[in-house]
Design a protein. Sequence first.
Length: 673
Amino acid sequence: MAKKRKSDRRSRSAAQTETHANGESAVSPFAGWLPLAVQVITLGLVVAAPLVSEGAAEQFSNWILFFFWLLAIAAWLAGRILTGQNGWVCGRVDFCFYGVCGWALASGGCTLAYGLGHSRPTLNACWQWVGFAVAFFLLRQLAGNREFSRALIWGTVLIAIGCSVAGIYQRWVVYPEMWKTYQAQSEEQKQQTLRQGGLGNVEAGSRERVMWENRLRATEPTSTFVLANSLASFLVPSILILGMFCFAARQSLAGSSQVVGWLAMLVLGACLVLTKSRTAYLACLAGLVGWGILKTFTGKQGIPWKTVLIGGAGMFLVVLLAFLGGVLDKQVITEAGKSFTYRLEYWQASMELIRNRPLFGAGPGNFQHAYAGYQLVQSSETVADPHNFLIEVGAVCGLPAAFLMLAGMVTWCVRWIRSLGEKAVSQPRAGEGEALKKNSPRVGLQVLLLPAGIAAGLLLALVSAAINGTELGLVLISGLVALLLVAAVRPFDPEGTSWAAGIGLLAWGLALSASGGISFPPVAMTGIVLLVVSLSEMETSSRSVAGEFPVSGPGKKPVLSLVLLFLILGMIVLFRSTVYDPIRLAGQQARIASLDASNGRLQPALERLDKAIQADPHDGNLLFFRLQMLFRKFQLNPDKENLEELVESADRGILFRPNNSKVALETGKIFLA
């Protein structure tokens, strides 16, 4: 009898664990509609990530996506509580990932507590790390469903194709028009444009102006990203994954589908070439070689070496044609050594920063401010990141975070290599068996998951662009192209997604080893998606699933989900009080102050600016804005009282941002003037 009770308990526990992926239950109506709605929103957030310009930590331009991530996980948890489920999947790699995010938050807390950096970027960057953890957790649970995992990969690939089309359009249409418009302006109009761009010295021939104009003449597309290197790192995995899928399905696809697939590959490759990212070129080539090695080990998955050689020759031909056509200049080759030397300088200075701050680093959002104190004399610029993702994590969050990330990488690599020789289980995954058949809404609408997710992502990106006042054109092009290509995906039903995602993840990491930017949300989200899909696919193999630790219990009450739901709701309230409301209110007052100042009403502008500082005391930029206004006031009336007020405001700004080289430099320029 005791053995029978023990067996029953094990059976109930196993049944609960088996439904971990989507919070589904065969007896609940929520198994059909609520999980599907959560999947659509989550897929939309993944698609929207590369469409929202990452910007600086001080801006938090993607706050609306972060807010929806919290809402999505809250809805998922609510569904699990209503269906009486209490468990989720978490493995060794997951623990390492959460450890990195947790240590980043500890670093941010230390930075705020001891005043070691600028508080507004620190707060914003800390919330961004929370967003990474939330996104990874939710995707990890949902990706156990095969349709959702497939939609994740295709959503990433399709939006990459859309961004490539937007980048090509930007290169040949937007950039020439921008330069033509700038050249048509008078000198006074040019200086006004440069001031609006944040330049201090706008005189003709100044170093700042020359650098700004050189960047305006640059031909490297950034698409919806801020940097060409970030765009290149985003494109590399999609090129390799799409190439593998096209090759694997070449015999089963109709001729029209094959043409669309290889044309999409050509668009991705053309945009990658235009970015002039040498590291991305090498990462793409390394991924191609990886496919050949994979074919040698597995015998089925991967690409034969003959095809690898043809693909490598094709890459060389595309680059050669770009040279001959004048699209690429010889500096792409001749400047490679100099570019590598620059990166060595960045790494050397960053390692010195790590040596002085080994435990918590410079703090999230504060790398550029702290880096200025370690920058080598011969360095050309104060970079925003050290151009290496592992060094970046160590410099920003501290060595423990870097070691946790390295441990997670090694653990994933070991599991992925072991999975190469394992045979996949043929049974349906959690949520794909009889429970799915009994819920007709899910069965009928699952085919709409990918188009609905892309449409939701485009809508979120457009709303974010409208709120942030950024251009909608490139966002629209990227999203609409991805939507149009959804129909072309249906003939593809690729197997071996784990290997495709794994090769893409390795190539993505190689690209980031010399470009960095892992803290940028669009770049990080690409890695999170590839990691989640590869882990979920590996869990279907007969032996690798033993490496996971499902957190579940036989109890009827979903206590863990309830606790986590309250934690998420608390995060929503805290996020609004520390980020959304202060930035919104301060921004409103600052815009009115700027308008008053441009109309010559300095005193009302200063009063408005004081209200803005009161609304968001963490934003040091407002203090610097106030200093500029006081300088103008002193220029109009250079008496002792105005000078004392100017000096007091300058001291306050420097004390508030002690590690910001830009503030110190601009303050010095004001007093020199």
